[in-house]
Design a protein around this ligand. Structure first.
Ligand SMILES: [Zn+2]
Length: 294
């Protein structure tokens, strides 16, 4: 039987930490989970990170009546997988990731006390249980699913899930769709070129549909549009880094350019990281990245 896919977008959980510079309360970014399914079985991706999100997502998955065999994690950022254990337990599923992502999962787990738990209450225990699969391939009712490693995007060791029979790429945080990109970790790799290279690798798979890990649920999954818009955002960020003198200037100019984009908290964290490193080259970069989220 042919495969189908559907997307569930969890709104960001409430968080602590005061308002943004424009007075809005801080938030986060919506996280998209994709369910790829056949007549009986299903594969779920990036199951978000709080207990409440896991319940909402799990109920949506359960309503499809499919048996979840695998939960695939695209990259190590905790907002995409801290709830994986709850979903794996609920559905009796295996958690799958690349070895590079698994290493980053351990690093994000270690950063919970100073980063994630400081901002977001309600994250469940999140032991890393993910395993690799031979040749980065697994199957769903006989259909091939290929994990493609694309390197650095919004963090190191991103991967995407290619489903050739659906002309679908589940792109994690390589492609965004109507939400501000998290740019902070570009300071670790000298700018946005590695991310642009990762986008090229997604495009080379010739998808028709791209599911972005962070998205406005009212937008479609058109591959051409989402790829072009992600590239344009990086170009715009480079331009604003040249023209804006301060993090606040970058924040305000990006909102002016993207008035409808979600996740301004992510934009502010990006701006603080990029300008923090520029203004304090003597300071520890990792410390600046963590502080940028406060
Ligand atoms: Zn993310």
């Amino acid at each position: 039987m042919a495969l189908t896919y559907d997307v569930f977008v969890n709104d960001p959980p409430p968080r602590d930490g005061g308002p943004l510079p424009n007075g809005e309360p801080k938030g986060g970014s919506p996280v998209a989970s994709t369910l790829i399914y056949g007549s009986r079985d299903a594969v779920l991706t990036d199951p978000a990170f709080t207990t409440d999100q896991a319940r909402a997502l799990g109920d949506w998955v359960a309503a499809t009546g499919r048996n979840v065999t695998d939960i695939f994690i695209t990259h190590g950022h905790g907002d995409h997988w801290f709830a994986a254990g709850l979903l794996a337990e609920r559905f009796g599923a295996r958690v799958v990731a690349t070895s590079g992502t698994i290493a980053k999962m351990h690093a994000n787990l270690a950063a919970r006390p100073v980063l994630w738990d400081k901002a977001y209450p309600g994250i469940p225990p999140s032991p890393v249980t993910a395993v690799t699969v031979p040749d980065n391939r697994f199957t769903l009712e006989g259909h091939d699913l290929a994990i493609v490693e694309v390197g650095h995007a919004d963090t190191d060791d991103n991967s995407v899930l290619h489903v050739p029979d659906l002309e679908l790429v589940v792109a994690g945080d390589v492609i965004y769709n109507g939400a501000h990109l998290y740019l902070g970790e570009s300071v670790m790799v000298g700018g946005f070129q590695p991310w642009r290279d990762a986008i090229d690798k997604v495009e080379a798979l010739k998808p028709r549909h791209v599911v972005a890990g962070h998205q406005n649920r009212q937008l479609d999954d058109d591959a051409g549009r989402t790829i072009a818009e992600t590239r344009q955002y990086l170009d715009d960020a480079d331009e604003l880094l040249r023209t804006e003198k301060t993090a606040l200037g970058f924040f305000n100019a990006a909102i002016e350019r993207y008035p409808n984009h979600l996740a301004r908290t992510v934009l502010w964290a990006s701006a603080r990281a990029l300008y923090g490193v520029r203004e304090h080259p003597e300071e520890d970069v990792r410390q600046i990245l963590v502080s940028a989220w406060r």
